[in-house]
Design a protein around this ligand. Structure first.
Ligand SMILES: C[S@@+](CC[C@H](N)C(=O)[O-])C[C@H]1O[C@@H](n2cnc3c(N)ncnc32)[C@H](O)[C@@H]1O
Length: 395
């Protein structure tokens, strides 16, 4: 076993290498954030974690601790530009006897340093700014904020009590004492408001109205929006009084959805063979999985989810179910394309096909062509400009 001072020396070296790599690939763009990456000991925030296994088949995560992989390898992995999982299905890991985990959804992690610093750079902070972070997680990103802005200018909210307690302990060990709260970040925190900047490291289905109230005019809200089928990506909104507006980024980083907004467990009722009305489909189920059109499908059918399965031992059909409005789509292959059968109050496939056709008319642009405007009464994603084609975010 390496001694503590040796770990500290090796970790400092690995941090400098990480900062150098992030500078080279353009994620670190300012000396202040470079200094923060070189200073914050990520190994205090991820003393144990899970990584995805390479094995084929069902996604499985395997535990990584100094005892399991050896101290040197553990430290090397800690300082890789990777997201490391620290909790699944909201349940704490039994670290006395950690086992591989499959068939579970990650619910807390230390986001890859590259994505964290890219977002922090995008946030555009200056000395003395007051920042609210939603999703403390392990506390690593909180510690970077403390290094840059000082403890007194950082508030971070984590919804999971045990995750929050561990983050507080790690932050204290690393010498950081920001304002830490346990709760639903959608409410923000009035006591330390107003904020110059708000950054969320979990995804939301819409922008909580409290954020608009608590961020100063001219301030920035940086968050990922996400739906139940896929992430919509990262948006940077500038607050102007009681509304906010801004653009999606070109890449579409994805975060785990806020706990309170996770999809209901039941997908909804599978329709019977005679339900709904039929027509020839213009698009097949591929539009639900191809990145650009899937973004449109998510906008057009915000409460829907889909799966494919053989019907009556015949060919595979795709079911799109909306458990909120009880609407459905069944896409079945025919000799000349796809047949769609839809029912319920929302014509889901009509809405998806119309959104995909609009996107194609505009030249199939990537997410950077889209923006978001939110006000007290409505929240819309638009294409091209705020008066262009638009789709409402779910209330
Ligand atoms: C990707 S992790 C955060 C990573 C973290 N910033 C880091 O560097 O370690 C997302 C975190 O958001 C938390 N979370 C989910 N919903 C939340 C909510 N409504 N309010 C506050 N935190 C939430 C999760 O429990 C999880 O710990």
């Amino acid at each position: 076993m390496t001694s503590e001072p040796d770990i500290d020396t090796a970790a400092a070296d690995l941090r400098r290498q990480l900062a150098h790599r992030l500078e080279k690939d353009g994620r670190l763009r300012s000396p202040e954030w470079t200094a923060a990456v070189a200073a914050v000991p990520r190994h205090l925030f991820v003393p144990r974690f899970y990584r995805e296994s390479d094995a084929a088949g069902v996604t499985t995560w395997e535990p990584v601790t100094p005892e399991i992989v050896g101290q040197e390898e553990w430290l090397r992995l800690v300082y890789r530009d990777e997201t490391w999982m620290t909790q699944f299905d909201g349940r704490d890991i039994d670290w006395a006897d950690p086992k591989p985990i499959s068939d579970a959804a990650p619910t807390s992690s230390s986001t890859s340093p590259g994505l964290v610093v890219r977002m922090l750079e995008d946030l555009g902070v200056n000395e003395g700014m007051n920042v609210l972070e939603i999703g403390t997680g392990t506390g690593y990103s909180t510690a970077l904020l403390c290094h840059r802005l000082g403890n007194g200018n950082v508030t971070s909210i984590e919804t999971d009590e045990n995750v929050a307690r561990r983050a507080r302990e790690a932050l204290t060990r690393s010498g950081c004492t920001p304002r830490l709260l346990v709760g639903d970040g959608r409410a923000g925190d009035r006591d330390a408001a107003p904020y110059d900047r708000l950054i969320a490291t979990c995804g939301f289905r819409n922008i909580p109205s409290a954020w608009l109230e608590q961020v100063l005019p001219g301030g920035v809200i940086l968050t990922t929006l996400r739906g139940w089928m896929r992430s919509l990506g990262l948006v940077k909104l500038i607050v102007t009084g009681d509304s906010a507006s801004g653009w999606f980024s070109e890449d579409d980083p994805s975060f785990m959805i806020a706990r309170q907004q996770d999809a209901p467990e039941s997908l909804g009722m599978v329709p019977g063979p005679g339900d709904g009305t039929k027509r020839k489909a213009t698009y097949g189920p591929d539009v639900l999985t191809f990145a650009g059109s899937a973004f449109m499908a998510q906008l057009a059918a915000p409460n829907a989810r889909f799966f494919s399965m053989p019907v009556d031992s015949g060919p595979v059909s795709t079911f799109v179910l909306d458990s909120v409005t009880k609407s459905f789509v069944v896409l079945a292959p025919t000799v000349s394309g796809w047949q769609v059968r839809q029912g319920g109050p929302c014509r889901l496939w009509d809405a998806i096909e119309s959104a995909v056709a609009t996107w194609e008319e505009y030249g199939s642009p990537n997410t950077a062509a889209f923006g978001v405007t939110v006000s007290r009464d409505q929240q819309v994603v638009w294409l091209g400009n705020p008066n262009g084609p638009h789709w409402s975010l779910p209330a």
